[in-house]
Write a protein that binds this ligand. Sequence first.
Ligand code: ADP
Ligand code: ZN
Ligand code: ZN
Length: 829
Amino acid sequence: MTLFDLSNISGDRSGDRYVTVIVDCIGIDDLLTYRIPEDVELQVGDILSVPLGNRQVGAIALQISDTSTIDDPETEIKEITAVVSSGIFPKTYWELLTRTADYYRTPVMQTVKTALPPKLLDQSHYRIKIKQLDSPQANLNFAKSAQMVWDFLQEHKGNSKGLSRRYIQQKLGRYTGAGLRELQKLDLIETVLELPNRPQPKYEDIVVLIKVPDSEITARQTEVLTILQHQGGECSKSQLCKLAKTSASVIQNLENKGYVVISKRESLRLGGKSHTVIRDRAKALTPDQDLAIQQILKAIANNSPSHFLLHGVTGSGKTEVYLQAIATVLEAGKSALVLVPEIGLTPQLTDRFRARFGDAKVNVYHSQLSDGERFDTWRLMLTGESQVVIGTRSAVFAPLSNLGLIVMDEEHDNSFKQDQPQPCYHARTVAQWRSQLEQVPLVMGSATPSAELVFAQKQQELIYLELPNRIGNRAMPPIEIVDMRDEFKAGNYSILSRKLQSAIAEMLEAKQQGILFIHRRGYSTFVSCRSCGYVAECPHCDVSLSYHDPISPTAHQPKSAHLRCHYCNYTQIQPKSCPQCNSPYFKYFGSGTQKVEQELTKLFPNIRLIRFDSDTTRNKDQHRLLIDQFRAGTADLLVGTQMLTKGLDIPQVTLVGVVSADGLLNFSDYRAGERAAQTLLQVAGRAGRGEEDGKVIMQTYTPEHPAIQAVQSYRLEEFMQTELEMREALRYPPKGQMVLIHLSSENAQIVENSANELAKYLRQLENDWEILGATPATIAKVANRYRWQILLKFMPDVLPNVPSLEELRMLVNAKAVRVAIDVDPLTIL
Ligand code: ADP
Ligand code: ZN
Ligand code: ZN
């Protein structure tokens, strides 16, 4: 289907211009070149219609040049058919994409696919309209076909959306092409992207608690009111029925008795489901908040691409600062982009944004949306209307055309880095580029700033804003460290210390709630002694050794269980007993959520548990459901992994337990210390957010570890300083830069050879870099694929010639070996 047929306009060959495009066609990943007809004006980023074989497909203009990239003069270069939509992307958008592609060594096409939602180029979403003209065109003199199309469009002028080409063609047949062409030449018509309707507000019954339960009512009614109380005293009727497993008539009865009132309120959408949020107003700022916001507002007003670090513990009022800064941006008719780590965090945060700005102003964008939802959200962004977009990593590419501010919450979070597919971009890096390209400030918030930002602060590359206290000066919960070696000596072989057991018992007694944090099992690959706490470390590097199972991928590797360094490939046989104290309890360490669950039910037969990990929260509503249930008091203890650390704000949580801090500390990775300290502080921050004071119990075999010490005193600054010095000495990021090349294959020998050959090839290139490897990856075999890696280490100012993904593919046996490249890897496992 063509929109405007320009193919018969032939140009003068000498002054030819060409456009490189990506086409929207499954299976065609190459960039294609087309000729631009002489009288057609094009911009990079325009959506085009181009001939491909005997079809017409959508395409995006990526590059315009005077020379074609096709050398063979015999090859016929076709002309583009039409410009479907012009200027819909922010001006610097393509520069952002190409910079990302180049920096992360990934083909542009693949980068574009990461950024754009599917179906964007589908022409059925475009409509033809008569242009709105200042002065009506009086006596137009058209050719017959143009006259027919013109009259037809005039007849349907009432349809503000415009008409699809298909519809016009059905009615006017063969006159359509020529008619539209002439009208377009005369600049009387335009093509627009069809925009979805904003959802209409919905109303819902809200139940508000007005009298606390007393002896006048039944136990069942008291239970319902208590659940309502846990929801902050307000909740939608339907949700209350669900949470309390009760009926509307019970609630009606409570209203009749004067305990609650039921009223109608606007209900806001949340992930497709409705859920009522109470409208909220800006708070009077604390002096610290005010100081922070003044500086941000100044940068917004000056269109200054300043980068801010907003440092404050959980509960210090960072989100309130974002909200008020964004309010100013919206008042100015601009848009704001808010990047958040994981979708587990988004429900609560998006609730707050919707409560402040209303449904219509807030769009949520993340990878768990369906294709259709993603596409619709994109089109809402392309309207150019002032709005807030809240999204995960890939939302950094949201095509907001009049951006006024970028916010990145929990900037230290690893989920901002893409693992796969390529490009392995870091949303913070891309956000920094975007801020510069579009001249807007970037506010990065964290309770535990990343080494990157601590380093940038030292280099005075950002503006530091601090919120040193919790709102209301509520104290941080005290952190108690339990030395698990003592437990073992005292004959307690349980994974729960006596202190943690009694704290759980007390918590159950007081009918309070708690969170138990367990480090993700798969990564606890270090080996330690249960008697003395000794951890096997590499004699050449500052990292712990990783345990490898005896199943060896190739003949050259030890047949028995062994320990290996992932930086230098140092290997030793797993000792039978502890090299330090000779204890036989020198083992591969790790305890999963399920094991802890078993142990808890053994100790506390009546305990009500909710397991919260990637197994139980697979679908997008599961998170909210589990958290809502927990908030409603249906369980005593939430047992879970990493996900618990993110923004979970449940006032009645008084106890936080960390089953083993060691799994985090002894990660065989140079970032282990930083990550451990950040995670543990985040976990601790979940306790004592309500009226009752909280407490934190942290179990470890290495209480003397600097990260544990830093966490206990809630002071990461000193720790990060030492951490940075250590990294500088070893030229690790952020001082140095790294690139990790992954290779994998079903054939162990082929991948080993390929990896070694590639390393040899890289070594003979003239570059000022250090090449570590090739070495097998920590998890040496995944899904029957053997994995190897090569690490390149260099100083950022050296700018070595790192091969691109395409080049790497040519260098290895591409049929048998899969290759990937990770620039600035967060982990080298
Ligand atoms: P953070 O994002 O740092 O965790 P929040 O912005 O969520 O902190 O603030 C913590 C709590 O304090 C929230 O319930 C918030 O509504 C409240 N709050 C924030 N700023 C103020 C203020 N200036 N006055 C009163 N309450 C505030
Ligand atoms: Zn080593
Ligand atoms: Zn020992």
